[in-house]
Design a protein around this ligand. Structure first.
Ligand code: FE2
Length: 193
């Protein structure tokens, strides 16, 4: 996946990401700037390779679109079949979600000492062109679902690391200890080093 093979809009985003990471060291400022770059990327839905927009009948799909060679960030298309949803999970690194097609709903959670999750704040509806930020600093635990029961939805995600390789957590609705998980990618086999 060479930078030169990327669709123009994604290449511009990657170039912008590289410039930001080389110049902005404060994470909160970087995060906002990445949000602005993501808003530009999802402003137009005309660039995503159809191969990375395919839903699976059972599972939501996460296609790696670009991985920074230094693993400072990764870009993923998140493809929801009708009615699909994530478990309650965290990320452990900053992330930005940009809605490209369809709609998704994100609900943040807080986790009590006994591991019991409870919703915090209102559920957020993302419509095309809208972005949302997640991070350990801002609130890192949420569950996300396709807001549409009869249609595929697609959001583009960028994370502050190689998200497919990062060990993170899912939280049971019944409480208890979080479970470790590594999401991987639907199109790339992660080879552990
Ligand atoms: Fe998430």
């Amino acid at each position: 996946m060479q930078n030169t093979e990327l669709p123009v809009a994604l290449k511009q985003f990657v170039n912008e990401m590289d410039a930001l990471l080389n110049t902005v060291s404060d994470e909160s400022i970087l995060h906002l700037n990445v949000g602005d770059a993501m808003a530009k990327l999802v402003a137009k839905d005309d660039w995503l390779d159809p191969a990375f927009s395919l839903p699976h009948p059972q599972y939501y799909q996460q296609y790696l679109l670009y991985a920074d060679p230094d693993e400072r960030y990764s870009v993923v298309s998140f493809v929801w079949g009708p009615g699909q949803q994530t478990p309650i999970h965290d990320h452990t690194v900053w992330g930005v979600v940009g809605m490209l097609r369809g709609e998704e709903i994100s609900q943040n959670y807080q986790i009590a000492a006994d591991g019991m999750p409870s919703p915090t704040g209102e559920a957020i509806l993302l419509t095309p062109g809208k972005i949302a930020l997640v991070s350990p600093a801002l609130g890192d635990v949420h569950a996300v679902r396709n807001a549409l029961d009869d249609q595929v939805s697609i959001s583009i995600h960028v994370y502050g690391g190689n998200i497919g390789k990062i060990k993170r957590h899912v939280f049971s609705q019944q409480g208890g200890l979080p479970k470790d998980f590594i999401s991987g990618y639907s199109n790339i086999e992660i080879v552990s080093e």
